[in-house]
Design a protein around this ligand. Structure first.
Ligand code: ATP
Ligand code: MG
Length: 450
């Protein structure tokens, strides 16, 4: 116990001299940010205030990570992270609306109006960190120096520190050079870094797709052989990472990169099934490119809808199999849905509320086939009607035989009450033509009776 405690104190004070074998760089190249074409006006007021407050209290504070990377690329960052040498307790004391959150690492959320700034304390390189049997780091909440913090980040382009007050960019690992060359390069030995945290393999695929960067050969080389390590990552973390990938605005490119890097097989059962059939692939491609277009148009994205789309080809296949075995339409669909969700559950923790949305969206697909009487009116009152309807449109767009149905519903949704009554008299021919229970058995019994 005492030894552990001493170990902690020792590590807290750890310096580069303690582990000269690591890839820690002691000195940073310092550049004038505004001379690099970086538009400081794109930094949010909240991020500026956070750095200012910390610096006025005598601490160092920098904008780090994706925010700096995006600014240097001339893009408006989606959010800002701040890194500091103040501990979380010290940070919390300086802001009115700040609280420590303890996920994998302890960080502080500082709120300014609706904006949230994530403030993290410089972290140490782990020399004797707690790891699992596969070398994955389990815990590393040990504060360190700025140069250590830089060395434990993943890619060189993600390890740039921007001091917006002094107008300085600090670069320990030639991140600026790699950014200009549009290259993703792992800091340190790529294989060791993937072993410490296999999620970095997914991150490389996401950034390559999102930024249109190439992956430096040594950073790419170990991925194919190490992809299996992802199976040891907790399901909840994989789910978070998958959502980030899907909502990056470049979902289609991300999935294609995962595929080209050999990261889709066995990694997420969800991705395994995606390329199983041509029709399935077409459907997913359509769903992903629709999602990317929605994000580009600043529209909201519902994870339930996206996941429902990704798994639909598998649900459809399982549903058709059950129908062929003579099961009834609705129970067969719901059993297929449960079966597919169940297959995902060991590896990917789809949160309950998303799973509920997915089941509703799928179940609604049968109800769309009833285009007479009160049924369409009742369906329109469904809380998730819009999602279910968009899903029907997506199916039609991807070439499923429900085009006439989708276009009837499109008219029905847009029509006024009088026109709707009229439409009800002209139910589409496609109504009721979705997957159906096989009638072979019934016919056979009839002909036997004849
Ligand atoms: P995005 O634009 O998607 O937010 P980002 O680079 O900001 O990209 P975050 O997940 O927000 O990604 O992480 C912020 C920073 O923290 C990264 O830029 C990187 O420096 C560091 N980081 C995050 N995850 C890891 C990881 N798994 N290993 C090492 N460093 C990481
Ligand atoms: Mg970020």
């Amino acid at each position: 116990m005492i030894r552990k405690l001493l170990g902690r104190i020792f590590r807290r004070k750890s310096s580069v001299e303690d582990h000269p074998q690591t890839w820690v760089k002691r000195h940073a190249e310092v550049m004038r940010a505004s001379e690099l074409g970086l538009d400081l006006a794109l930094i949010s007021h909240a991020a500026l205030r956070t750095c200012e407050t910390l610096q006025q209290a005598g601490f160092n504070a920098f904008v780090v990570g994706g925010g700096v990377r995006d600014l240097l690329l001339g893009r408006r960052p989606k959010d800002f992270d701040v890194a500091t040498n103040a501990t979380p307790e010290e940070v919390v004391k300086l802001f009115r609306r700040a609280r420590t959150i303890g996920r994998r690492f302890q960080i502080v959320h500082v709120h300014f109006g609706r904006e949230l700034i994530e403030v993290s304390t410089f972290r140490a390189i782990q020399t004797e960190a707690e790891t699992d049997a596969h070398g994955r780091v389990l815990k590393d909440n040990v504060w360190g120096s700025q140069e250590e913090d830089a060395a434990r980040r993943d890619f060189t382009v993600n390890a740039l520190y921007l001091d917006p007050i002094r107008d300085q960019l600090l670069d320990y690992h030639h991140g600026y050079r790699d950014l200009q060359a549009r290259t993703l390069r792992m800091i340190g030995d790529p294989a060791s870094r993937y072993r410490e945290d296999p999620v970095r393999m997914l991150r490389v695929a996401r950034f390559a797709a999102k930024l249109g960067f190439s992956i430096e050969p040594q950073t790419r080389a170990p991925i194919a052989a190490m992809a299996d390590l992802l199976t040891h990552v907790p399901a909840a973390r994989l789910f978070d990472e998958l959502l980030k990938l899907l909502t990056s605005g470049h979902a289609l490119a991300c999935i294609q990169t995962l595929r080209s890097e050999g990261l889709h097989h066995g990694l997420l059962p969800l991705l395994d099934g995606i390329f199983a059939s041509d029709a399935g692939e077409r459907f997913i491609q359509q769903a992903l490119s629709n999602t990317d277009a929605r994000i580009a148009a600043d529209k909201s994205i519902s994870p339930g809808f996206l996941l429902a789309a990704l798994l639909w080809p598998q649900v459809l296949a399982a549903w058709q199999k059950r129908l062929a075995q003579g099961e009834h339409t609705t129970p067969a669909l719901m059993a297929a849905a449960d079966e597919v969700l169940e297959q995902q559950s060991d590896r990917l923790a789809i949160q309950k509320r998303f799973a509920a949305d997915m089941r509703e969206i799928w179940a609604m697909q049968i109800r769309f086939e009833r285009c007479t009487g009160r049924a369409p009116w009742r369906l329109m009152e469904h809380l998730r009607f819009r999602a279910g309807f968009d899903f029907l449109l997506l199916r039609a767009q991807a070439g499923e035989p429900c085009e006439a149905l989708a276009s009837w519903w499109d008219s029905f949704v847009q029509a006024d009450d009088l026109d709707r009554e009229d439409l009800l008299q002209r139910a589409p021919e496609a109504a009721g033509k979705g997957p159906r229970r096989s009638t072979r058995r019934r016919r056979r019994t009839q002909s036997a009776a004849a």
